[in-house]
Ligand binder design. Structure first.
Ligand SMILES: Cc1cc2nc3c(=O)[nH]c(=O)nc-3n(C[C@H](O)[C@H](O)[C@H](O)COP(=O)(O)OP(=O)(O)OC[C@H]3O[C@@H](n4cnc5c(N)ncnc54)[C@H](O)[C@@H]3O)c2cc1C
Length: 480
């Protein structure tokens, strides 16, 4: 479609000529995120501060343009994809850590700050920011808040919403507001709770006040290898059943172990059917006691090799394998489709069996690498897009895996959000009244429906569960 010269001129005046991109060739860089969906924006705008964000939203309101906020584009549910064209609003230039207050244990940051960089800065004050998505070396705090992201250490510390105290946000009319604050029990409606996890559909975040925690005195990380995914799953339930909630409890299956070892040489035994990474932290004595108790449980559950990291370098290597696992899967196939269902922990073995069966049925390799302690599955369907007609099979297999999670009493997403990938499945878990209530909230905050349109809410008019209701965006998209 393209934007008219007057609109482009206004945008250039608002943020500077160098910070507006509309050349068709350049727009391709924002065509997709890390999911399988893609669509081109009409322009990309890079504001530098809240005033410029507000000015861009005012221009968009005047011209009735869709606006899609964007952090680092690592999202896995199509959240940052400009499905209806319009403006891709990059927050990448808002990347200041404005203040770290060691006494109050808070940080005030802009949304484009990379999660890992906040961690490095906090560490200089003996503090850390707990939510640690595996993409933390790239993803932004603004994206994390929009997706209410999790990460390996969110089992114990809680997901992003538990670590955000307040946010400055801009609504679709360009008005600027502050929600939340430092008081533990704020009066009035919890607007902060509403906005965290709203996937850029209700407001654009321009500042975040986040909690920092004191760096634990001791950290102990162990890797345990099991003959099968069933025995590893049983061990997960048994550890938690003994009243132990480790800081992290992650699982990788045989396919993932092979790919990780080929690349990172993290020391996972390639003969294992599954490995668990378990981490505990706290006071030195209690970390030691918990590690010993966990080792005992894992041994009873058939772990055939248990290795406790002896120094920080060994711990880093064990984690490098886990955090780099998705990239390492490129050794097997060039493309992946990663799903994000949640199941009750005790249902892990049965749902993982279903996932395996579905993969075999469609003749698609599947690698499982996931936050086992939370029952948050991540089946990665591996494929080569150059194979004709493959996308239909991949989407169908993904949908069936998600259905298996729902049938086991689980839900649609643990951390990656609904976005564009799963909005058609929302009627699986919400009735028409629930969906109408959510839409009413959206209508109040974004009356013209231009903020990240086509995300979270099922396609217009769809209020009943449907098996296949996908937009087909993924299949039509271009790939290089
Ligand atoms: C290899 C890999 C591993 C991953 N591991 C994890 C994991 O362990 N846990 C996890 O939760 N996720 C994980 N993810 C998914 C992804 O990294 C997270 O969802 C992350 O929070 C997205 O951040 P981003 O900055 O890339 O946001 P983007 O992808 O750019 O955007 C995500 C959503 O947030 C909205 N948004 C972004 N910034 C703003 C803003 N300032 N205001 C309003 N809305 C905004 C966008 O519109 C979009 O809907 C992983 C992804 C990859 C590729």
């Amino acid at each position: 479609m393209g934007l008219g010269p007057r609109t482009l001129e206004k945008l250039c005046r608002a943020v500077g000529r160098d910070h507006v991109v509309w050349d068709a060739y350049d727009l391709v860089i924002f065509e997709r995120d890390a999911s399988i969906a893609g669509a081109l924006p009409d322009a990309i705008v890079y504001p530098a501060n809240v005033e410029e964000v507000a000015a861009v939203l005012e221009i968009a309101a005047e011209q009735q343009l869709p606006v899609v906020p964007r952090g680092a584009g690592t999202g896995l549910s199509g959240g940052a994809v400009t499905l209806r064209g319009g403006l891709a609003l990059s927050l990448a230039r808002l990347r200041r850590i404005i203040e770290i207050d060691p006494k109050r244990r808070t940080a005030l940051v802009e949304p484009g700050v990379v999660n890992y960089d906040l961690g490095l800065e906090a560490a200089r004050h003996g503090l850390f920011y707990a939510p640690d998505p595996s993409s933390q070396k790239a993803c932004t705090i603004g994206g994390n808040a929009a997706e209410n992201s999790g990460g390996p250490h969110c089992l114990y510390y809680g997901v992003t919403t538990n670590h955000i105290l307040g946010m400055e946000v801009v609504l679709s009319d360009g008005s600027v507001h502050w929600v939340g604050g430092e008081d533990p029990d704020r009066p009035g409606l919890d607007l902060l709770g509403l906005l965290v996890g709203s996937e850029g559909t209700l407001a654009v975040t321009t500042k975040l006040l986040v909690k920092l925690l004191p760096t634990p005195e001791a950290v102990s990380t162990l890797m345990a290898a099991f003959p099968s995914i069933e025995s590893a799953s049983k061990a997960v339930s048994d550890v938690i059943g003994h009243g132990i909630v480790p800081a992290a409890l992650e699982m990788m299956d045989k396919v993932t172990i092979g790919a990780v070892e080929a690349h990172y040489k993290a020391g996972y035994p390639t003969s294992a059917g599954a490995v668990l990474l378990v981490e505990v932290d706290g006071l030195t004595e209690s970390a030691r006691e918990l590690t010993a108790a966990i080792e005992q449980i894992l041994e009873t559950d058939d772990a055939f090799e248990i290795r406790v990291a002896e120094d920080p370098a060994e711990r880093e290597l064990l984690w490098a394998g886990r955090k780099g696992a998705i990239g390492a899967l490129g050794h097997i196939k060039p493309n992946y489709y990663l799903h994000d269902g949640v199941v009750p922990r005790t249902k892990l073995p049965e749902v993982l069996r279903d996932v395996g069966r579905i993969g075999e049925h469609y003749r698609l390799p599947v690698a499982n690498v996931f936050h086992a302690g939370d029952g948050n599955l991540h089946p990665n369907i591996l494929f080569d897009l150059r194979e004709k007609g493959i996308m239909k099979k991949v989407e169908k297999a993904g949908e069936e895996m998600l259905r298996a999670c729902i049938d086991a009493g689980g839900t649609l997403s643990g951390e990656h959000g609904i976005g564009l990938e799963k909005n058609a499945f929302m009627p699986w878990i919400f009735g028409p009244d629930d969906l109408a209530a959510m839409q009413a909230v959206k209508d109040v905050l974004d009356p013209s429906g231009r903020l990240n349109p086509g995300k979270i809410f099922p396609p217009a008019g769809q209020i009943e569960p449907k098996l296949i209701a996908r937009s087909g965006v993924a299949s039509e998209a271009r790939w290089w």
